[in-house]
Design a protein around this ligand. Structure first.
Ligand SMILES: [Fe+2]
Length: 192
C-alpha cells in the first residue's frame, strides 16, 4: 500500500512539474529561435536571435539543474508556443516576417511572465535556493523583449517597400501646415 505524499514534499513535487513546464517551453523556444535565426532577412535580428539561442540553451540547463537537484526528471518534450494568427492570408514574405516578429515578442513576453511567476512561487513555497537561477533567466528574457521593441522601427524600415507601403511621413505634415496657412490667409482677407 503506497502512503500519501508528505505535505512538505508536495511543494517540491508540484514545483518540479512547473519547472518542467518552463523547460518544455524553452525546448520549443530553442527550436523556434534556431529556425527564426535562419529565416529572418534582418541582419540585426538574426544576430540577436543567435545570441538568444545561446542564452536559451543556458536557460534549459538552469531548469534541468534545478529539476535534477529536486529529484525530478527533466522533460525533453516541447510545449506548444503561443502563435499569432493574422486574418489576411496568403501573406508576402515581408508580411510573414512581421507576423513572426510579433510572435517573437509574444513568446518572449510569455517567458518573462512565466519566470516571474516561478520566482514568486519559489519564494512562497520556501524554495529560495532556486530563485537566483530563475532571476538570471528572467533578465535575459526581459533583455530580449526590449531588443524586439527597440528593433521594430528598423524592421519596418527594412520591410516598408516590400510591404507595398508608401512613406507619407514627410508629405502629410507640410500639407497639414499648408492647409492651416490657407485658412489663416482667408480669415485675414475677410477681416480687411
Ligand atoms: Fe527567451
Amino acid at each position: 500500500m503506497s502512503s500519501p505524499p508528505a505535505i512538505n514534499n508536495n511543494n517540491n513535487e508540484k514545483f518540479v512539474q512547473y519547472l518542467n513546464e518552463a523547460l518544455a517551453m524553452e525546448n520549443a523556444a530553442a527550436e523556434r529561435i534556431r529556425s527564426r535565426a535562419d529565416e529572418t532577412p534582418i541582419e540585426q535580428a538574426k544576430q540577436q536571435l543567435q545570441y538568444h539561442l545561446e542564452q536559451t540553451i543556458q536557460q534549459q540547463n538552469r531548469l534541468k539543474g534545478a529539476i535534477s537537484k529536486m529529484g525530478g526528471q527533466p522533460t525533453s518534450s516541447k510545449a506548444t508556443l503561443p502563435a499569432f494568427q493574422p486574418m489576411n492570408a496568403p501573406m508576402s514574405v515581408a508580411e510573414q516576417e512581421l507576423v513572426r516578429t510579433k510572435e517573437d515578442a509574444i513568446i518572449e513576453n510569455a517567458e518573462v511572465t512565466s519566470y516571474k511567476m516561478l520566482m514568486q512561487m519559489a519564494e512562497k513555497a520556501g524554495l529560495k535556493e532556486i530563485v537566483p537561477a530563475l532571476q538570471e533567466s528572467l533578465q535575459e528574457e526581459v533583455a530580449m523583449v526590449n531588443f524586439i521593441s527597440a528593433n521594430a522601427p528598423l524592421v519596418l524600415t527594412k520591410l516598408w517597400q516590400e510591404l507595398g507601403m508608401y512613406d507619407a511621413a514627410g508629405a502629410s505634415f507640410p500639407s497639414y501646415k499648408q492647409q492651416q496657412q490657407k485658412s489663416q490667409d482667408s480669415s485675414v482677407s475677410m477681416a480687411s
